[in-house]
Design a protein around this ligand. Structure first.
Ligand SMILES: NC(=O)c1ccc[n+]([C@@H]2O[C@H](COP(=O)([O-])OP(=O)(O)OC[C@H]3O[C@@H](n4cnc5c(N)ncnc54)[C@H](O)[C@@H]3O)[C@@H](O)[C@H]2O)c1
Length: 374
C-alpha cells in the first residue's frame, strides 16, 4: 500500500466522552481532553470467502486494513471449501464476516453501515457454461445483486466501488490483444452479458450519485484455492487420478491465464488509486478519473494444448486427452492488453505460467480438495 492505513483524527471532546476506545490517546489542552483517534481504514469485500475474495481479504488485513466480508456460501461448489478459504481471516480480529446474500436489501444496508470507505464487489454467480443452464439466476445475482449493493452504498455514502468484471465481456472479439476501449456489445454467454450489464449499472450509479467506480476485467485467474470448476484445477485433478482430460475443440483455444498474486497486486493498486485520489468524485464518462475500466491479465496467452503440456510437467505425469466438440458460450481466445493498467496502476504481472502452475500443484497436493468432486 502506498500510504499508512491508519486514519488519525483529532477532535476536542468533553471529558465524559473520553476513554471509551482503547485506540484513543489522550492529552490535556486548555481544560478539554484532546483525542487522537487511531482508526484503521475499512473495506467491504463481497464474495470474501471465494477464491479471489479470500486472497484479497488476507492481503488487505496484512496491509493493515479492517475488512468486512460478505458471502452467502452458495453451493456453486462445496461451501466447505469456502469455509476453509476464509478460516485465516476469521482468526483475525480486524475481520468481520456477514453471512448474507447480496440481494438482501436489509443485510446490504447493515453491511454498509459498518464504516467501510470502499467496496470491492466480487460476489457473483461465476462460470460461463452453467450460466447457459441458469440464465435467470445469473441475472438475478449478478445484476440485481449489484444494484442492491450500489443502492446500499449510495444510502450510506460509500463513494468508492470496485467491481470484479471479466474478460468474457469481450466475447469473440477478433482484434487482439483486447483493450478496454474495444466494443463489448457482443457477449456470447449469459454470464458475460451479466458482467457487461453490471459494468453499465456501475456507470449509472457513478453518473447519478458520484460514486467513483473501477471495473477490473479479470482474465482466467488461477493459483491456490482456484475454483474447482475451472480448467486448471479440473485438469490437474484428472491427471493426478489418471483420468482423461476433456479438451473442447482441437485444443487451439487460447486463454490468458493469470496468477492470483498478480490479480491481487492489480486490485490493491486499484484500491490505492481510489482511496488516495481526491479528484475521483463527480467526474463522469468512461475514461475519466471517476469511472475506470482496467484489464488485469497476464498478457501471455497459451493454447489449451500447451496448458495440458505445462500441467504434465508440473505434475510429473502424462495426460490422456479426450477431444470433444466445442462448448457453446466458450470464447475462442482471451488476451489482455494491459498497457492502461500498467500506465495508470503500475500493474506488472510477474508470474509466468510454469511458476504459477508449480505453486498451484504444490497447493493442490497439500490439500484434500483433489479427492473431491471429480
Ligand atoms: N476466477 C476467475 O478466473 C475470474 C475471471 C473473471 C472474473 N471473475 C469474477 O471474480 C469474482 C470472484 O470470482 P471467484 O473465481 O473468486 O469465484 P468464487 O465463486 O470462488 O467466489 C465468489 C463468491 O461469491 C459468493 N456468492 C455467490 N453468490 C452470492 C450472493 N448472492 N450473495 C453473497 N455471496 C455470493 C460465493 O459464495 C463465493 O464465495 C466473480 O465476480 C467472478 O465473476 C473471476
Amino acid at each position: 500500500m502506498q500510504e499508512s492505513n491508519i486514519i488519525v483524527s483529532e477532535e476536542f471532546r468533553s471529558s465524559e466522552m473520553v476513554g471509551k476506545d482503547s485506540h484513543t490517546h489522550r492529552k490535556e489542552t486548555n481544560g478539554l481532553k484532546r483525542c487522537l483517534t487511531l482508526q484503521k481504514r475499512k473495506a467491504l469485500i463481497t464474495g470474501a470467502a471465494g477464491f479471489i475474495g479470500s486472497h484479497l481479504s488476507e492481503r488487505l488485513l496484512s496491509d493493515g486494513w479492517a475488512v468486512v466480508g460478505v458471502d452467502n456460501f452458495d453451493n456453486f461448489y462445496d461451501p466447505q471449501i469456502k469455509r476453509r478459504n476464509i478460516s485465516t481471516c476469521l482468526a483475525n480480529r480486524d475481520f468481520r464476516l456477514i453471512e448474507a446474500d447480496i440481494r438482501d436489501v436489509e443485510a446490504m444496508n447493515a453491511a454498509c453501515e459498518d464504516g467501510a470507505e470502499i467496496i470491492i464487489h466480487l460476489a457473483a454467480k461465476a462460470g460461463v457454461r452453467p450460466s447457459i443452464a441458469q440464465p435467470l439466476l445469473y441475472a438475478d445475482v449478478n445484476i440485481n445483486g449489484t444494484i442492491t449493493l450500489l443502492e446500499a452504498a449510495t444510502k450510506h455514502r460509500i463513494d468508492k466501488f470496485i467491481f470484479g468484471s471479466s474478460s468474457s465481456v469481450y466475447g469473440n472479439n477478433s482484434k487482439v490483444p483486447f483493450a478496454e476501449d474495444d466494443n463489448v456489445d457482443f457477449p456470447i454467454s449469459p454470464y458475460a452479458a451479466t458482467k457487461k450489464a453490471a459494468e453499465l449499472i456501475c456507470h449509472t450509479y457513478h453518473h447519478l450519485h458520484g460514486i467513483s467506480v473501477t471495473c477490473l476485467r479479470f482474465f482466467t485467474v488461477y493459483g491456490p484455492r482456484q475454483r474447482p470448476d475451472l480448467a486448471i484445477h479440473k485438469f490437474a485433478r484428472l491427471i493426478e487420478h489418471g483420468k482423461p482430460v476433456p479438451v473442447y475443440g482441437d485444443g487451439t483455444m487460447m486463454r490468458d491465464f493469470t496468477y492470483i498474486d498478480d490479480i491481487i497486486d492489480g486490485t490493491v493498486a486499484a484500491i490505492d488509486r481510489l482511496v488516495n485520489t481526491d479528484q475521483c468524485k463527480g467526474q463522469t464518462g468512461v475514461g475519466t478519473v471517476g469511472f475506470k475500466v482496467y484489464n488485469l491479465g497476464e498478457s501471455r496467452p497459451i493454447t489449451v494444448n500447451e496448458l495440458v503440456a505445462e500441467l504434465e510437467k508440473a505434475l510429473g505425469k502424462k495426460a490422456a486427452r479426450k477431444y470433444l466438440p466445442p462448448q457453446p458460450g466458450d470464447v475462442e481466445r482471451t488476451y489482455a492488453d494491459i498497457t492502461k493498467a500498467a500506465r495508470e496502476l503500475g500493474y506488472n504481472p510477474t508470474t509466468p505460467i510454469e511458476t504459477g502452475l508449480a505453486k498451484f500443484v504444490a497447493w493442490l497436493r497439500s490439500t484434500q480438495v483433489q479427492q473431491k468432486s471429480i
